[in-house]
Each structure stands twice: as C-alpha cells, then as structure tokens.
Design a protein around this ligand. Sequence first.
Ligand code: SAH
Ligand code: SF4
Ligand code: F3S
Length: 482
Amino acid sequence: MSDAPHVPLASLTGSADPAVGRAFSSLDPQSGLRRLAAAEDLLTPSTAGKSFHIETFGCQMNVHDSEKVAGVLLERGYSPVDDPLAADVIFYNTCSIREKAAQKVFSRLGQHRGPAGRGKIIGVLGCVAQQEGEEIFERAPWVSLVCGSASYRRLPDLLAELESGNRRVMGLDTDTDETFETEITRRDNPFRAYLTIIEGCDKACSYCVVPYTRGPERSRSSDSILREVRELASLGYSEIQLLGQTVNSYRDPSPRALSFADLLFAVAETPGIRRVRFTTSHPRDFGPDIVAAIDAHPSICDHVHLPVQSGSTSVLRRMLRTYTRDEYLEKIAMLRSARRPIAISTDIIVGFPGENANEFSETLSLLDLVQYDQIFSFKFSPRPHTPAEHMEDALSEEEKGSRLSELQERQREIQLRRNQSFAGHSFEVLVDNRGHKSGQWAGRTSSNRVVNFASPRPDLLGQYVQVRVTQAGPNSLLGDLV
Ligand code: SAH
Ligand code: SF4
Ligand code: F3S
C-alpha cells in the first residue's frame, strides 16, 4: 500500500545503478556492445565528450520513455553522468497527474538558473511539457527544449537544431499516429524489460490529464513488439512488462490483428521469457480471454492491476469511468473464477468533487468485498482542462486527508491478513535487489509480492529461486531460501 506508487522518482544516469553497467558489459556482450560501437560512429565534433542526465517522474511509461530518450542521446555520442550540474544536456521527464507531481519540475529547473545553466541544453519532456508548452520558456527562460511524449520521434531533429546553435525548440504535436521506437534503448534493469505496446489514451475520465498530455491511443504492431521481445530474450531479459495507460485496449494495427490476450500468449511463448506482466488494465476492456490466457500460460504472471477509482456508482458516473460498481465486481468475479489464484491491485481516488460520506463508505465496503492485494490511493487533485477541474469541490484538504488515512488503514489490515495466510507457502522469486545488510536479498513473486530473504550466495541478482514464507507484514513477506 502506498500513496504515490505511480510517481516514483527514477533517476536515469550512468552509474547510479550498478546493474546498468552490467547490462551493457555482461548481459549484452554481442549485440548491445556492437550497437554501442555503432553509436560511436555517429559521434560528431559538437557532441564528442559531452554528457547527459535525465531525471524521471511519473508512471512506468515515463520511465521507459526515458530509457528510449537515453538511447537517442547515446546514439548521438553523449554519455550519461550522475550529477545534473555536471551534464551538458539535462532532461526532466515530467508527470502532471496530480498538482504536486507537476510542481516538482520547476524547483529542479531553478538549479540551472543563471551561470549554472549557461551553454547547456536544458529540456522538459513528458506530461508537464505537453500541458504547459511555451509557458515553460516564460517561467524558466534558460530552458531550450520542450517536448511532449507524442513528439519524441522528432527528438533527434530537435537536438540537431540545438546543437547547431538554435536557442529554443518545441515538439508539442499530439496528432501523430506513430509510436516512439528507437534503435538503442538504454534499459535500467538488466532482467526486467519495459515495453510500451499502446501509447496515449482515448478514454475521457473527467479528472485525468493523460488524454491531453499523451494524445490519442495508438498501438504498436504485434510483429514489431514480438521482434523486440525476441531480441530482449537473446540479451538475457527474462521478464517483460507490457505497458500502456489502458494496456488491454491494445489493437494490433498489422494484418495479423492479434487481440491483447493473443499478444500476451505470444510474448509468453517466446523462448527465454519466463514472466510477462502488463499494466494498466481498464475494467471496461477487461474480458474473459485475458483470464483464460493467464490460466493457459504459467509465464503470464498471476497479477492484474485493475483500477476501480471509486466503489460508488454515482461517483464513477461523475468520473466518466464507463462502468458501475456491479459491473466492476463482475470483472472481479471473473478473475476469482480463474483456475489459479490471481492477485489483484487497484487505484483509488478519494474526495472526488461532491463525494459524500455514503459514497466514500461504498469505497470502503468495496475493499472488504474485493480483498485487494495492494491499493494505490490518492487525494483528488483538480487538473487543468479536465471537466472535474470546475466541478464543485466541497471537501477540504483535511477531509480528503482523513478519508485517505481511513482507506489506507482499512487496506493495511486486509493486506496483513492476506499476507499472513501465505506463511509456510513457497514461491518462485525473481531476485531483483540486494537488502541493506550483506547477505540480504529481495525479489518479487509472479503475483508481484515483495519477498525478502537471506542467502550467503554471492550473486543472486536476476536469478529465479524458491523461497518459503516465514513471516508477513502488510507490504512484504519474509522467507527462507528453499
Ligand atoms: N490509465 C490508468 C491510470 C493512470 S493515472 C487507469 O485508467 O487506471 C494513475 C492513477 O492516478 C489513476 O488510476 C488515478 O487513481 C490517479 N489519478 C489520475 N488523475 C488524478 C487526479 N486528478 N487526482 C488524483 N488522482 C488521480
Ligand atoms: Fe486517465 Fe482514464 Fe485514460 Fe486512465 S483511462 S489514463 S484514468 S483518462
Ligand atoms: Fe504522469 Fe503522464 Fe504518466 S501525467 S502518470 S507521466 S502519463
């Protein structure tokens, strides 16, 4: 349980994550290095020896976009550095889902005011860029590039313009029907790879900026997705996470016309791929074929993130979510009828305009009914240009805060009980982190539960091991290596 999981702060830099270096040198000895060597051929006198730093805010799609943007910069001969003040190119890939997230970038930009930013390329990418556009140049005149995600294909051209002395460039079109793909993607994690299969969003939830900031829905062709999956498998990645704001609304534009469930199955069938995840699913497009695919293929992870937003049909109607409480509960029943248990997580907004005590209590009762494995919950934040911005917002911040705490406390108890029921069970864990102390490791089960365990073995990162659960907290499990 967390109040801001979609807004992790991920810094994409050269040596911040020691695993990144390994991704290039050991997991990727042939194709990866050959591609980097090819990138060096592109080095021009103007970019030789120059460095970049990207800081990323927001959802996994932003994190993955930054991996692709880093690829574009590597391809042009820039090398990554940790310190934003030491970099020649500094990009902030921004999020505007809630006001707090959107404000962060302006404090970051402040660091580069005056002499600190002179002679540098400072760029704002992502959802704040798309939303604020030219305004950013006015608030921070030392910024030289503003580009939204639907225009990233133009980045090499925009960079070339800046390198040749242009002061300011912008990419703010959202009417593209293409998706952003790159020759080089500088992935952060050496065993779990993100892969965006559908960009933008065609839903129109009344509180949400995403349709404005990421443009209309466009799906990538299944051939191109599967080609990249095979390549990732050959580079040593064993877990693929398919991404989209409404990932299950995927529509294959190629003649093969794979459904989302077919695509899941095809990715899972790829030799070398042991886990396939997908996020985020929209309840309206969630059909029995997806549950059947999970049942049919053990590599498709037994976890579904299915945001409900509210347990009250009247609030859902005001949110324009296109389903009722009962229709959502039918989707849950479908998931619960699967042959293998499927973990379910969700997103919830409290204090939507006009949410009364009764409507809020329906969200609490939904938690009791569904018994989620994890929730991500947020106070409603009015966003520019959205229909909910001007709805009467009767609740004070304090009231929203106390509803959020009540909701999180209720869920904490549910999670603790659920997690305790796993004591004595063994799970396969993909080890993806070291603990604070030596000999401590952490990883995730297929159902996306975090498991901590101890082992004296020297390097377990990236390995699949069996762990038996001995203790449980609300947010993680503790176990012993089997
Ligand atoms: N595409 C996903 C959600 C993307 S945004 C979906 O439809 O489920 C991630 C989460 O942020 C949303 O699920 C919602 O819970 C929250 N969120 C979006 N806009 C918000 C707003 N204006 N105020 C508070 N939370 C918001
Ligand atoms: Fe936003 Fe709704 Fe689209 Fe999700 S489905 S990104 S909440 S508009
Ligand atoms: Fe934020 Fe944009 Fe993602 S608003 S959540 S970065 S789509």
